[in-house]
Design a protein around this ligand. Structure first.
Ligand code: PEP
Ligand code: MN
Length: 347
């Protein structure tokens, strides 16, 4: 039997039709794969001039999805008032977004509101089955772990969602959290991690490779018309195509799954790929500055190679080598290559 937690739906609830049609189409492509339908009602947007979400009125559309399709529903909360409204509407799962997750006081206030509402399970206001906590916008494993603990005080199951930082995966942070809390389910959010629908299928492959427990994916019946995050939302058909190759590889107990050791190696390789990516991006940015220096030198009739500056850099590399635990020879060799390429680009 395939297990795994999939939270699927649009970035934001935009209209009753958009919510109901998207949910229906997702259900059609998912067949017997259980999923939670998501839609943001209060949107924490960067600019105050963009779509901010419909607000409380859209909670009713989520209730309609649950009633008509028998699918549990989730929305994002950022204030205790949101918690009150969502629980009153019978929302099954809440998620806490990356911006709220960056503020421990806000997370504590949410935990408190949930605890007060759900302490007495007989209260009809608390049908809550789980809380999804995204990683904070900045790379901070400690804060993510702290937020998991803050939310565990509610007694409601807590699941971690890795949504990356600045449209990039942050495997090192996720690996730390996975290592310290192997008991917590970790889901992938390839949509916010990439900001680009075409990158979602490849990122989904990480779920079986790393032994993650599922994904939160943004899906819209007409992504090109979406009022927020339009570049990263999949159509329901695209969702089906990216779920297909991983469903048979979702690995919980089958003997064909990567072993615990193999998964550990895959995590470490993901970390290395992330660091290489940063290394190359830094080198490319360095070449760009180097070209601007080249233009300055040309305009000011200064020779490309300045021996005094060269010696200063070599000296500082020698003293850095020990601090970094790298050999002087290695650092000088790498720097020599970078420097040569810089001079080539300047000429
Ligand atoms: C979202 O899931 O729609 C959202 C706002 O995500 P994040 O907090 O990860 O940016
Ligand atoms: Mn979004």
């Amino acid at each position: 039997m395939v297990r795994g937690t999939f939270i699927l739906g649009p970035c934001a609830a935009e209209s009753r039709e958009q919510v109901l049609v998207t949910a229906r189409q997702i259900k059609d492509v998912c067949g017997n794969i259980p999923f939670v339908f998501r839609a943001g009602v209060w949107k924490p947007r960067t600019s105050p001039h963009t779509f901010q979400g419909i607000g409380e009125a859209a909670l009713g559309w989520l209730s309609e999805v649950r009633a008509s399709l028998g699918v549990p529903v989730a929305t994002e909360v950022a204030t205790p008032e949101h918690v009150d409204s969502a629980l009153k509407a019978g929302i099954d799962y809440l998620w806490i977004g990356a911006r709220t997750s960056a503020n421990p006081l806000a997370v504590s206030a949410l935990a408190e509101a949930i605890q007060v509402r759900c302490a007495d399970k007989s209260q009809t206001e608390c049908a809550l089955k789980g809380i999804f906590i995204k990683n904070p916008v900045n790379e901070d494993a400690g804060l993510w772990l702290g937020n998991i603990e803050r939310l565990e005080k509610t007694g409601i199951p807590v699941l971690a969602v890795h949504r990356g930082c600045n449209h990039r995966p942050c495997w090192r942070m996720a690996h730390k959290v996975r290592t310290e809390r192997p008991d917590i389910q970790m889901l992938l959010d390839p949509s916010h991690m990439s900001g680009n629908a075409s990158k979602v299928p490849a990122l989904m492959q990480k779920i079986p490779e790393l032994g993650l427990e599922g994904a939160m994916v943004e899906v819209h019946y007409q992504p090109e018309c979406a009022l927020s995050d339009k570049n990263q939302q999949l159509t329901p058909i695209q969702l089906g195509n990216s779920l297909d190759p991983i469903m048979s590889r979702l690995c919980f107990e089958s003997p064909t799954c990567p072993t615990k050791d193999e998964k550990e190696l895959n995590w470490l390789r993901a970390e290395i790929d992330e660091l290489d990516e940063q290394l190359w991006a830094t080198i490319a940015a360095r070449m760009d500055v180097s070209k601007r220096i080249g233009a300055w030198k040309k305009a000011n009739h200064v020779a490309p190679l300045q021996p005094e500056r060269y010696e200063k850099i070599v000296e500082s590399l020698r003293s850095r080598a020990g601090q970094l635990g790298l050999s002087e020879e290695f650092m000088l060799n790498v720097w020599e290559l970078i420097h040569e390429e810089s001079l080539r680009q300047q000429s």
